[in-house]
Design a protein around this ligand. Structure first.
Ligand code: NIG
Ligand code: FE
Length: 440
């Protein structure tokens, strides 16, 4: 893998101590499960039901950061005397500060794009028709296999920087456009190389079971065998993924095939996520409950009884309204019913070259509010602390609580409701990761 050149270094600046003062509205996302508000304290819980609407807001606030970690939040008037003399002061000018967005479902690493298929879909072809005729995921696989390591890193870095500019400080990223051992490993190593750059934190997921590669269309079992026998042992040995995902769909893998892959991944110590019920009920959500997966993602067509199964198994739904939007679908996942049923809902972009070429978390929040009737507060919770839970990182990120990593956004706006309200606005928050300002 190529080292990045000096010319594309991101500018990262900051000192050991920071004081963000004169914050009009500080959304800490803290709740009583954070007490005693120390990293050594009890595990914070995912937010469910009415707790999703509680943002731990502090008006006229300040926040102190030391060595990349939050050391205090509170009223500016109360914290004023605790500001160390050598701290770098940042005047928030009465604007909003939130945790950085945590995008818990992306397909960040791929070559090329599918703007030509976008045009075909506008002319009337469906996503599934395009996939059935060798386009769709398979066309991105062809381009990805043909790309050099350097090209893959450069394009994936570009995607990461789009997300970063919109305020994403941690993202989950899946492989899935290699569909053979060599290229799936190259994709995971691309993600590892970007993770080492000290910018956005990347949580890698193996999605070799994204679809059956074209050359093995008549040998599905052989492809699955190669995931189990060749790929998973290397991924586990080299620590290249924290999760394993599978796409359960009529054009991808059956429930039984997904069970085979995911159960094997669990034996290798990977957490489980699954693309489920995107186009038809009965495609994977019950399996997620059976396997006690960490998340079940998409769920546009899930029925009420299966929602209860997810809740009872503690599976977090990861909802991807930008993929419904970009496919011009009328069906969005039933977020209202999920929240009212007590599920710890997560929102993510699903950024990918086919169904969701939409990298903005703020736009995802707008869609969640307008098409899924989530409140702005629920949407922000789903995009921060609940997303952190779904990545096993809630004791580290997702809320602005003493002891946590100082990943936060200083917005151009003054009230959290403006985040979804100004739809597709070209806002550029100031982005801080581990207390350092990061500018792509
Ligand atoms: O999450 N559903 C399957 N996978 C992606 C789309 C992948 C693609 O079209 O390239 C998704 O929507
Ligand atoms: Fe996806």
């Amino acid at each position: 893998m190529n080292q990045r050149s000096a010319s594309d270094q991101q500018s990262i600046s900051g000192t050991a101590r920071l004081a963000i003062v004169n914050i009009g509205q500080l959304a800490t996302l803290a709740d009583e499960s954070d007490a005693p508000a120390l990293r050594t304290g009890p595990r914070t819980r995912p937010r469910i039901g009415p707790a999703m609407r509680s943002l731990g807001l502090i008006a006229d606030a300040a926040m102190l950061v030391e060595n990349g970690r939050i050391c205090a939040t509170g009223r500016y008037a109360d914290l004023r005397r605790q500001i160390p003399a050598d701290a770098t002061l940042i005047d928030a000018d009465q604007r909003l500060v939130t945790p950085g967005f945590i995008d818990a479902h992306t397909h960040l690493a791929f070559a090329g794009n599918r703007a030509a298929e976008y045009e075909q879909r506008i002319a009337g072809a469906t996503y599934q028709q395009i996939a059935a005729s060798g386009g769709g995921i398979q066309s991105t696989v062809r381009l990805t296999r043909a790309a050099t390591d350097a090209e893959l890193i450069a394009q994936t870095r570009r995607h990461r920087d789009w997300l970063l500019r919109g305020g994403t400080t941690t993202l989950e990223a899946k492989s899935g456009y290699g569909l053979n051992t060599e290229t799936e490993l190259r994709l995971l190593r691309t993600l590892a190389a970007l993770n080492a750059e000290g910018s956005v934190r990347i949580v890698p997921t193996l999605l070799a079971a994204h679809t059956v590669p074209r050359e093995l269309a008549d040998y599905r079992a052989e492809y699955i065998r190669s995931i189990l026998d060749d790929l998973l042992p290397i991924v586990a040995r080299d620590g290249l993924a924290r999760f394993c995902d599978a796409f359960c769909d009529d054009h991808a893998f059956t429930v039984d095939e997904c069970r085979t892959v995911l159960a094997a991944a669990a034996r290798h110590g990977l957490g489980l996520r699954i693309h489920a019920e995107q186009f038809r009920p009965g495609t994977g959500a019950a399996l997620a409950a059976e396997l006690r997966a960490t998340t079940a993602d998409h769920l546009e067509t899930i029925d009420d009884a299966t929602i209860d199964l997810l809740r009872d198994a503690g599976v977090q739904p990861v909802l991807l309204p930008a993929s419904a939007f970009c496919l011009s679908r009328a069906e969005y996942p039933p977020a209202r019913l999920m929240i009212d049923s007590g599920l710890a809902v997560v929102l993510a972009t699903d950024f990918n070259p086919g169904s969701a070429p939409a990298p903005s978390m703020a736009f995802t929040l707008s869609l969640a509010c307008l098409h899924m009737r989530m409140t702005p507060a629920e949407a922000l919770t789903a995009a921060t602390i609940n997303a952190a839970h779904s990545l096993g990182l809630a004791d580290e990120i997702g809320s602005l609580v003493p002891g946590r990593q100082a990943d936060f956004l200083l917005h151009e706006i003054t009230d959290y409701r403006e985040l979804p309200y100004f739809a597709a606005a070209p806002f550029r928050p100031r982005v801080f990761i581990a207390g350092r300002e990061v500018t792509p």
